[in-house]
Write a protein that binds this ligand. Structure first.
Ligand code: HEC
Ligand code: HEC
Length: 189
């Protein structure tokens, strides 16, 4: 009886402390990472498919595959003829190749920092067609005013990540690299 109690306690304490360590580790990790990130490992793997970089950057920069789950890319790629009001249609062959590239590198197939954060808050029942609809994205951007985003002629909408995230093209979205056009540095206050 006594032995059983002790064992249970040991197990409980181990579980509790390892949980604490996981949390502590996560925070520490983030702090280090923001220092280490600049010029090194980006928050999300950068685009490494030439056809994608060319075909999907005519109207906005080529979003990294890790910014949406596989199911979202698959849905988006089947509706290119009516793509947010624009015609972005491709040949069947190109569409198939790009869908495969996006699916293989999608957020739910990635262990990078940003995709992991995106997936954590997204319910499996949801298939967002926009990166900007992902709960983590909404939360991170809610402090900005309309003047900074939709009413800002140099930004127009949150979809144009690279207008504010100066290193978005290489998959880096760290806070210290943000510059909202027409406003003082985000980091300065
Ligand atoms: C002819 C122009 C055009 C082309 C080509 C194009 N897009 Fe778009 N895309 C748009 C527009 C317009 C929006 C909506 C922007 C807005 O709401 O301000 C958009 C939005 C998106 C979004 C959602 C961004 C958000 O708000 O989170 C994704 C993802 C996307 N495009 C992926 C692609 C992919 C993948 C390709 C290549 C197959 C592609 N686009 C090619 C015009 C285009
Ligand atoms: C109008 C400027 C603007 C645009 C456009 C914008 N962002 Fe941001 N983003 C910000 C600001 C400001 C923050 C920091 C919020 C804060 O203080 O925490 C941020 C934070 C983030 C973060 C959190 C950074 C971290 O270290 O966790 C991510 C990820 C991110 N943005 C991705 C995106 C993506 C992807 C897009 C495009 C689909 C986008 N952003 C478009 C201004 C912008």
């Amino acid at each position: 009886m006594k032995l059983k109690f002790t064992l249970t306690s040991i197990v409980m304490i181990t579980v509790l402390t390892s949980t604490l360590f996981v949390f502590a580790d996560d925070e520490e990790h983030e702090e280090h990472e923001s220092v280490a990130t600049v010029g090194k490992t980006p928050g999300v793997a950068s685009v490494d498919n030439e056809m994608y970089a060319k075909e999907c950057s005519a109207c906005h920069f080529a979003y990294q595959a890790g910014l949406l789950p596989k199911r979202s890319w698959e849905k988006l790629m089947t509706g290119l003829e009516d793509h947010f009001g624009e015609n972005a249609e491709l040949s069947i062959e190109m569409q198939a190749e790009l869908t495969q590239y996006l699916a293989e590198n999608a957020a739910d197939n990635s262990l990078d920092k940003i995709p992991m954060k995106f997936m954590r808050g997204l319910s499996e029942a949801e298939t967002p067609l926009r990166i900007t609809e992902i709960p983590y994205m909404k939360r991170e951007h809610r402090e900005m005013s309309k003047q900074m985003v939709t009413e800002n002629p140099d930004v127009k909408s949150l979809s144009y990540c690279d207008k504010c995230h100066t290193r978005a093209a290489v998959g880096s979205y760290s806070e210290r690299e943000i510059k909202i056009p027409g406003f003082k540095n985000w980091d300065d206050d």
